[in-house]
Design a protein around this ligand. Structure first.
Ligand code: RB5
Length: 149
């Protein structure tokens, strides 16, 4: 599994911590920025990470802004992305088991590093349950077919 990692300036420091964690765990990832010391628009960097998943370059994305909210809004504009802002390990677990989340969003201003890494760990380790949840995710895909060009 390869992760697309991206952030704006508000998520830069947390992104560095997440990158160190992925490296230490041997999880493959591609870092799409932003660079240090620049003020950027989260939309641009969220789109870079989301495009990497849509194109198949990466399997899932972790996107970080100030709150994780803007990144989730951006990523969910991409067909096939199921972006979930998670504020707890429980939410991360459910986002994988029930929603088959393929994009975790975090907030550099709302998550401490330890809290964020716990969420990342659970999100990486938890499998989708399928079954009735598969039916529900398929209904989301049907909505995409109906509403996305
Ligand atoms: C940047 O100041 C901030 O607005 C952004 O990181 C994000 O939180 C938006 O949702």
């Amino acid at each position: 599994m390869k992760i697309a990692l991206a952030s704006d300036h508000a998520g830069f420091e947390l992104r560095t911590g997440v990158a160190d964690y992925l490296r230490a765990r041997g999880v493959a990832f591609e870092d799409f920025g932003c660079g240090p010391g620049e003020s950027v628009d989260y939309v641009d960097y969220g789109a870079k990470g989301a495009r990497a998943v849509v194109s198949g370059v990466c399997d899932r994305a972790i996107l970080i802004c100030g709150t994780g909210l803007g990144m989730a809004i951006v990523a969910n504009k991409f067909k096939g992305l199921r972006a979930t802002p998670c504020s707890s390990e429980y939410a991360a677990e459910m986002s994988r088991k029930h929603n088959d989340s393929n994009c975790l969003t975090l907030g550099g201003r709302t998550h401490g590093l330890e809290q964020a890494l716990g969420i990342v760990r659970v999100w990486l380790e938890t499998d989708f349950e399928g079954g009735r949840h598969g039916r529900r995710v398929q209904k989301i895909r049907d909505l995409e077919d109906e509403n996305f060009k």
